[in-house]
Design a protein around this ligand. Structure first.
Ligand SMILES: [Zn+2]
Length: 311
């Protein structure tokens, strides 16, 4: 995925429709009993209720039945598409399709105008949405336009994303973890120093002799909050740099969990991924999921959804 926008989920009934779009074909159902065309995808004919529906490729020739221009995003994720021409389009076969018009100037949109389909690739892996445009425009496939492509790269090899470029910011939330960071050892000396600093000197952290006998881990373990703050010693190679903001604020955490213990003497390392990007009157909010693991352990010891606010 390379978009935060909600994507259609194919069901058993609608799957042939979405699969056809990925092949740059428009397929809708026709009834074998009464020849009626049916859209949206269903189990039965809407004219005669027969179940004999067959998927057939159609040309996509259409006319504009109705439309509206949205100037306030219907969802925050669509902020980069304003204004959006939400339309109901009538196919030559008579069925109507909810869609969006693209590449037509506002003043050129006319009810009844002839339209043709565009198979719009909206993710890198070929997810396709059906849109329509004027007949004198080029129709057919519209290739995926990676908003990160063509942006400058800094001397660390990070792509520089302006905080004002919403499409590029959304594209960062691709659900991929970075490479692992450097590793550091969490030894008893470090744990003791944190116990002194925080005042949390519970024996499970500070008394190796007692822990050997009484702890389920047979050794002392680091404080969860110690491991959490050690992220500052882990160098994570983020593939991007946000630029063009006035202030950057650590806004706290949306989620902080300590799913697995860090026994004294463990080597830890971390990695992160962009989990979410959102905008509000406060600015642009980037949620970075930071995971710290004991080396070799699949289960993270810390999951921290850090929220960074740019304005
Ligand atoms: Zn029928």
């Amino acid at each position: 995925m390379s978009t935060l926008k909600p994507m259609p989920l194919a069901t058993k009934i609608s799957k042939p429709y979405w699969q056809a779009l990925e092949q740059n074909q428009l397929k809708i159902q026709q009834c074998n009993d009464c020849d009626s065309w049916v859209f949206y995808p269903r189990n039965h004919c809407t004219a005669c209720f027969a179940h004999e529906l067959e998927w057939k490729e159609v040309s996509g020739e259409a006319t504009l039945y109705s439309y509206t221009l949205t100037r306030i995003p219907t969802m925050p994720e669509f902020s980069d598409e304003m204004p959006q021409a939400l339309a109901v389009v009538e196919l030559k076969e008579g069925v109507r399709v909810n869609t969006t018009l693209i590449d037509i100037e506002e003043q050129d949109i006319q009810i009844g105008m002839p339209l043709k389909p565009i198979f719009d690739k909206v993710t890198a892996d070929g997810k396709t949405l059906l849109r329509f445009t004027a007949v004198n425009n080029q129709g057919g496939e519209r290739k995926f336009d990676n908003p990160l492509e063509g942006l400058p790269v800094n001397d660390k090899g990070q792509v520089q994303v302006p905080v004002s470029n919403l499409s590029a910011l959304y594209a960062l939330a691709d659900n991929k973890f970075t490479e692992w960071s450097n590793s550091i050892e969490v030894d008893q000396t470090l744990i003791n120093a944190f116990a002194d600093l925080s005042g949390d000197d519970y024996w499970l952290h500070t008394d190796p002799e007692r822990a050997k006998v009484e702890s389920p881990f047979k050794t002392t373990i680091a404080h969860g909050s110690l491991v959490q703050v050690l992220q500052s010693r882990l160098t994570i190679a983020l593939p991007f740099e946000i630029v063009g903001f006035n202030t950057m604020v650590n806004y706290g955490s949306n989620r902080l969990r300590f799913p697995a213990p860090v026994p004294a003497g463990s080597i830890i390392h971390g990695r992160s991924k962009v989990k979410d990007v959102s905008t509000s009157h406060k600015g642009v909010q980037l949620t970075l999921e930071m995971n710290i693991h004991v080396q070799g352990n699949d289960k993270p010891s810390v999951i921290n959804d850090l929220v960074i606010l740019y304005r």
